[in-house]
Design a protein around this ligand. Structure first.
Ligand code: FES
Length: 166
């Protein structure tokens, strides 16, 4: 079974637990994302068939809400907090710093699948604003230089991994 077939199989399994009413679309999307970490293309197709709506309609709902991703997450997920406290402390500049260095926008993953970027609401560490959550670890008082440092550590880790696999 290919990866794609396996994702279809698992999607069907999730759909079997739901009714086809419209109101179920968001819980279904949430469950699919919890399973795969994102909404795979083939899952969108299956959902559309199951709910008797078009793929465009499913995508419309999925892209309306910030919580859904259409790309697989990267090895290093980066979440930039734009809650009130982080916003006041320049969170937008930090998001821009990540975007510029990675060449991607929130909801996207770098082509090498190393880093994915997301914007999130308050993660509960306002005293440390501006905050980025990197690899599920809270990084406080992030500056553009700190962003460079974190990315450098990813690079070093990748090089080390490549050396070890030689
Ligand atoms: S607003 Fe960013 S942690 Fe609270």
């Amino acid at each position: 079974m290919t990866d794609e077939e396996e994702r279809i199989r698992q999607t069907r399994e999730i759909l079997r637990g739901h009714g086809g009413e419209r109101g179920k679309l968001i819980p279904i999307l949430q469950e699919i994302q919890a399973r795969f970490g994102y909404l795979p293309r083939e899952a969108i197709k299956e959902i559309a068939k199951f709910m008797r709506i078009t793929e465009i309609e499913v995508l419309g709902v999925a892209t309306f809400y910030n919580q859904f991703r259409l790309n697989p997450p990267g090895k290093h997920p980066v979440k930039v907090c734009l809650g009130t406290a982080c916003h006041m402390k320049g969170g937008v500049n930090i998001l821009e710093a990540w975007e510029r260095r990675l060449g991607i926008k929130p909801g996207q993953t770098t082509p090498d699948r190393q880093v994915s970027l997301e914007r999130v609401a308050c993660v509960g560490c306002c005293a440390m604003a501006p905050v980025s959550v990197v690899d599920e670890e809270v990084q406080g008082r992030v500056s553009p230089t700190r962003v460079d440092g974190i990315l450098l550590s990813f690079e070093l880790e990748k090089e080390k991994g490549e050396e070890n696999s030689k």
